[in-house]
Design a protein around this ligand. Sequence first.
Ligand SMILES: NC(=O)c1ccc[n+]([C@@H]2O[C@H](COP(=O)([O-])OP(=O)(O)OC[C@H]3O[C@@H](n4cnc5c(N)ncnc54)[C@H](O)[C@@H]3O)[C@@H](O)[C@H]2O)c1
Length: 286
Amino acid sequence: MGRVQDKVVFITGAARGQGRAHALRLAAEGADIIAVDLCADIATNAYPLATQDDLDETARQVEKLGRRIVARKADVRDPAALKAAVADGVAELGRLDAVVAQAGIAPLGPQSAQAFIDAVTVDYVGVVHAVEAALPHLPDGASIVATGSIAALTPATVDNPANGPGGLGYSFAKRQVAAFVHDLATVLLPRRIRVNALHPTNVNTDMLHNDLMYRSFRPDLDSPTREDAMVSFPATTGMGNPYVEPEDVSDTVLFLVSDESRYVTGMQMRVDAGGYVRKRPQLPTF
Ligand SMILES: NC(=O)c1ccc[n+]([C@@H]2O[C@H](COP(=O)([O-])OP(=O)(O)OC[C@H]3O[C@@H](n4cnc5c(N)ncnc54)[C@H](O)[C@@H]3O)[C@@H](O)[C@H]2O)c1
């Protein structure tokens, strides 16, 4: 028996990066997966997003683990598309036990105000849409996990003016994710549905490894390389490591989806190698 044996989990942004790692970790522990991804680029987001091939590869790897997957191209900004994907998945897989709402973009750089709107609609409104699509199918005792960021908890990171409107939008969106999870957890207590936020520090994915993010970490250089950025990445961790791996985050997702966390709700869980406490913040007020 796996730790999430025969549960069905809906994951947004599952084509690559953390989303794929979560799908594989959960499948390895017995879950079937409903996976969605945009599989296209967004104009204000300067690095490429995942492709249909990436989503197919996630599906192939889940099936290789002996589990089932329903994978659909869908935009988290489109509630009807998410509802259709979840309905297809539930029809094929028979049930839905958990949501991992984690599709995201980081449209940093000298962009127009549209970058702010895109960050908010993908990184925050997309989380609300994922929950909205899943809720009618979720039984009592289900689990909702939303990915925020250390940017939700520590000011002067990606909301630094040098990161432009999209950086401010990213931080705004992640703060809203934190607040949404807090209040949604309250609303769902009578149904024992747990709602938790997961806030990673730098994660070793394409969102971190692109020129704009390198420039954000090395504003002193015109064209910083990955090696240049590696020097500064540990500024957002506390243990000297430049980043955590997607699988480090997946382990916490697995715990939150499993029944091991059945009385854990409303949490702002950090997988940040101490990046938050290192800044010696006051205890949070909410
Ligand atoms: N990588 C980091 O350093 C880091 C740090 C903190 C938080 N996060 C958060 O982790 C989550 C996962 O990001 P990642 O690190 O795996 O990056 P990633 O870019 O590898 O993965 C993000 C995925 O979301 C998909 N996506 C983007 N917009 C979408 C949309 N509108 N609809 C559906 N899918 C869409 C992309 O195609 C991609 O597959 C994001 O919410 C991100 O903000 C990442």
